[in-house]
Design a protein around this ligand. Structure first.
Ligand code: KE4
Length: 427
């Protein structure tokens, strides 16, 4: 595969942009190669600067569930921009999208728009702290909720229940308020809650984890979190930035029937434009400025172009049969890849929830960060590069999720499975 233009552009980007990218995972570091610079995309494909075409399973990390450049979404954005890109004033579009989100997710009675998932989770945590008057929060190893300081924290060593910074620049004094439990392990949650009785404002969780690879909740895990939070007066936040409108129109909470107190959203509700949102019970949301005292703001929050793209996207997702069709496509390709690995005698552990799927390079089951971290990331990197050579664009890290979109055709999925069969054999 010829990629001299991407290589040239990457060298140029390194002069003006830290690491040559505007978000670290794009740099392809964990797969040990230079990133491809993308020129355009259409439907299930992306096209790099050297004219190579790839079947895309990153989909901008989740937003492009309809495929790239859906004509209805593009037309709506084009029409909207003729009316102006941003006003910094309320618009009817914000009410329309808010009402669509509330209609889709019954646990959301009110919702505030922001411009990224990071803003959504950061603001939801502040609101939970304001609502409970408590300072500590609890998250899970392997779950990613964006890069606000309180969430760039890892478990304290040994018996220490307090968090320690997971990045330079995060003050230890702040990190200590973030407790870290083990995903799918309710006992680890109960131990932390008991050791910090009455001081935890919220538990934030990816109800289907997508940032350590795709890890579904074990039977009873979400229900257990729900009852612990109800018993302890802790706000349960489902971070559905990735899973919202992805695994079902109503997200994981519709699929698993567990109701959080707050939900964070992003990605799909912006149709590819910058967006985030957090919402929940009126009783909590009404504490948010200017209705209440918990401050939160944003110049481009509820941006008319992002609202337009989100509204058009959700209209298309709501069409009868959409998720059934997506489910069939997703099962076909995920099972096809798993069979290809098995037939090649290559051990992988395959997971899938709806159109989120992952091939863990592990012969053992993966159900939390520790088991995910045991994966053979070198073999994954070789697989990633081989699939790229076959025209298949996967997430450049073992600890990410692959996304199927409605525009992936049967031929695309068959081509992907055939490529996987060839690549697993060569590993
Ligand atoms: P953003 O700030 O990147 O819009 O959203 C942060 C975020 C919050 N919550 C969940 C569950 C998320 O998955 C994310 C962001 N996801 C990553 C993909 N692993 C975005 C890709 C990137 O960082 O470039």
């Amino acid at each position: 595969m010829q990629n001299s233009r991407s290589t040239k552009l990457f060298q140029q980007a390194l002069q003006s942009i830290p690491g040559g990218v505007n978000s670290p995972v794009r740099a392809f570091r964990s797969v040990g190669s230079d990133p491809l610079f993308i020129k355009k995309a259409a439907g299930p494909r992306i096209y790099d600067e050297d004219g190579n075409a790839f079947i895309d399973y990153v989909g901008s990390w989740g937003p492009m569930i309809l495929g790239h450049c859906h004509p209805q979404v593009v037309a709506a954005i084009k029409a909207a921009v003729d009316n102006g890109a941003s006003f910094g004033a309320p618009t009817e579009l914000e009410i329309t999208l808010a009402e669509m989100v509330i209609d889709a997710v019954p646990s959301i009675e009110m919702v505030r728009m922001v411009s990224s998932g990071t803003e959504a989770t950061m603001s939801a945590i502040r609101l939970a702290r304001g609502y409970t008057g408590r300072d500590n929060i609890l998250k899970f190893s392997g779950c990613y909720h964006g890069h606000s300081d309180a969430l760039l924290v890892k478990a304290g060593s040994g018996a220490a229940t307090f968090g320690v910074p997971d990045s330079p620049g995060v003050p230890a004094d702040l990190a200590k308020h973030t407790l870290t439990a083990i995903y799918n392990d309710l006992d680890s949650v109960r131990a932390l809650v008991a050791a910090n009785k009455g001081s935890i404002a919220c538990i934030i969780v990816e109800p289907v984890a997508g940032n350590m690879g795709t890890v579904p909740p074990k039977e009873g895990f979400l229900e257990g979190l729900r009852s612990i939070c109800s018993e302890e007066g802790i706000v349960l936040i489902f971070d559905e930035v990735m899973s919202g409108f992805r695994v079902a129109y109503g997200g994981v909470q519709e699929l698993y029937g567990v109701t959080p107190d707050m939900t964070t959203l992003g990605k799909i509700i912006g149709g590819g434009l910058p967006v985030g949102a957090f919402g929940g019970k009126k009783e909590i949301m009404s504490l948010l400025s200017p209705a209440g005292g918990v401050y939160q703001a944003g110049t481009l929050s509820g941006n008319p172009l992002a609202m337009t793209a989100g509204i058009e996207t959700l209209k298309l997702l709501k069409q009868p049969g959409f998720y059934q069709k997506l489910e069939e496509k997703s099962a076909f390709v995920a099972e096809g890849i798993a069979k290809a690995a098995k037939d090649a005698g290559f051990p992988i552990y395959s997971t899938r929830v709806g159109s989120m799927f992952c091939a863990f390079f592990s012969k053992d089951p993966v159900y939390d960060w520790d088991s995910a971290a045991k994966c053979d990331t070198k073999a994954f990197a070789a697989y990633f590069k081989a699939m790229l050579n076959e025209g298949i664009y996967l997430a450049p890290s073992q600890f990410e999720t692959a996304f199927v979109g409605i525009s992936h055709s049967t031929e695309d999925l068959e081509q992907t499975i055939a490529a996987a069969a060839k690549c697993f054999k060569a590993l």
